[in-house]
Ligand binder design. Structure first.
Ligand code: MG
Length: 455
């Protein structure tokens, strides 16, 4: 059975379209039935305009099913994930659409270990939903909703994983761009507790995301960069709408894509830990492989999607994972993406090395990257992908975990169908601009040939 409602990051849709009170109540009833209509479920929500109505539907449905509910309030996704594990709850539901535009919202379902539910479990919930197999508890078996604030416990967990006294001694300065979203609730507080002077931008909560949108694209972070320059901050950090990702800027106001910062976190962690494994999706930069090789470590590639990274970290004993979108997974805290954890770790690295962030990033290997997309009807995707994998030329290594990745000595290309849109994506990376251009044009020709073959 293929999933109909769950995507890469839970159930997500537009308010009034997929996301209606009826849909949310029924889907939540299916989730309650999936855990046998008993036990404790933690619920958190982001600061979207629609989150209160969805949360009330979720709470109503859960308590009617006989579930004990703990409401942790308006918080980042990683805080809800931390709460599920910390409180030993059976499950968690986070109401969020992450970086999507304000008209979207959704439900992320979290397993008892704090990691998002596996695809098989998502399919099991969809089956219950499709069969309308819901349960209403008898009137004398109904619980109330307990409200709990866990911000201190969550920040304690992050702080216990960095060198607080070292960071305090350095009197660092940081600019935090919360994007008018829940990151503003935790990251400025965390930075202050580490003795860092905080300058905030887009810090008031507003579910219309008026500042710079809910996705922290480097091109949208000029205010953060300019503020870092003006205040002579040591670094700047921006979160997405549910603060599980962190995009960094340096002391000069330059903003980096996540592949640079995750490589820095990888370098720092692999140089300290005995288990030198970095877990990352196949779409990540070769920089992470270079760093692992320098430190006698290894990279484990996964399909694209944070669940795969988290689960592979648990399986391999890895302490760290990362995604090029700015997702950092730090297992000693929680093995899921956490933007605030990333900010604290960055402060620790800058404090420990006493180097400007620009120097730390410039020390990393540099590659030329290109990305493009080609329209392809959804029904042709499987055939097209099969044709491509049978007709790619020779490469040093061919990885087929997610699409087809061709690895050469100093370059690679990845062709994969989008999980959500009728397109094929192509990513290439090379040590020269010319080679990157060549790989992009070869890849695009192959995709077009394959599509033509079947249409
Ligand atoms: Mg997110």
């Amino acid at each position: 059975m293929k999933r109909k409602y769950f995507g890469t990051n839970g159930v997500r849709g537009i308010i009034g379209d997929l996301m209606t009170p009826q849909f949310v109540v029924n889907m939540t009833s299916a989730i309650a039935n999936f855990i046998g209509n008993k036990g404790t479920v933690v619920v958190g929500s982001d600061a979207r305009v629609s989150s209160p109505f969805i949360k009330n539907a979720v709470l109503s449905s859960l308590i009617a099913s006989g579930i004990e509910v703990i409401d942790v309030g308006t918080v980042p996704t990683p805080l809800t994930q931390f709460a599920v594990k910390h409180l030993k709850a059976k499950l968690g539901i986070m109401i969020t659409a992450s970086h999507n535009p304000p008209q979207f919202n959704g439900l992320k379902v979290i397993a008892s270990d704090g990691i998002e539910l596996s695809v098989n479990d998502q399919i099991a919930i969809e089956k219950i939903y499709a069969e309308h197999d819901y349960h209403i508890a008898s009137w004398d078996k109904l619980y109330n909703v307990t409200k709990l604030t866990l911000i201190d416990e969550y920040l304690d967990s992050i702080i216990s994983n960095v060198d607080q006294s070292l960071i305090e001694k350095k009197h660092l300065k940081v600019v935090v761009d919360g994007g008018n979203a829940v990151g503003s609730i935790v990251t400025p507080l965390l930075m202050k507790r580490l003795g860092i002077k905080v300058y905030s931008v887009n810090s008031h909560l507003d579910g219309t995301f008026p500042g710079r949108g809910s996705e922290p694209l480097p091109s949208m972070l000029s205010v953060m960069g300019e503020t870092a320059k003006q205040t002579k901050a040591d670094f700047a950090v921006a979160h997405d709408g549910d603060a599980d990702r962190a995009i960094f800027g340096n002391e000069k106001g330059e903003v980096y894509w996540g592949d640079k910062s995750i490589a820095l976190f990888e370098k720092w962690t692999l140089s300290k830990e005995k288990t030198k494994i970095f877990v990352t999706p196949v779409s990540s930069s070769k920089v992470v492989l270079d760093i692992a090789n320098q430190l006698n470590g290894k990279v484990i590639w996964t399909p694209v999607g944070c669940i795969y990274v988290s689960r592979k970290m648990m399986e391999s004993g890895s302490f760290i994972g990362g995604e090029e979108n700015g997702g950092l997974f730090y297992r000693k805290h929680i093995p899921v993406r956490d933007g605030a954890m990333a900010a604290a770790l960055m402060a620790n690295i800058i404090a420990e090395t006493s180097s400007p962030l620009s120097d730390l990033i410039n020390e990393l290997p540099n590659y030329y990257q290109k990305k493009d997309k080609i329209p392809c009807p959804n029904e042709l995707k499987d055939k097209v992908l099969k044709y491509i994998s049978e007709n790619v030329g020779k490469a040093e290594e061919i990885i087929t975990l997610d699409g087809v990745k061709l690895v050469y000595e100093n370059s690679w290309s990845l062709i994969r169908p989008s999980g959500t849109e009728p397109i094929f994506r192509i990513f290439v990376e090379a040590s020269s601009q010319e080679r990157a251009d060549q790989l992009l044009s070869e890849g695009k020709s192959l995709i077009n040939l394959a599509i033509k073959n079947f249409s």
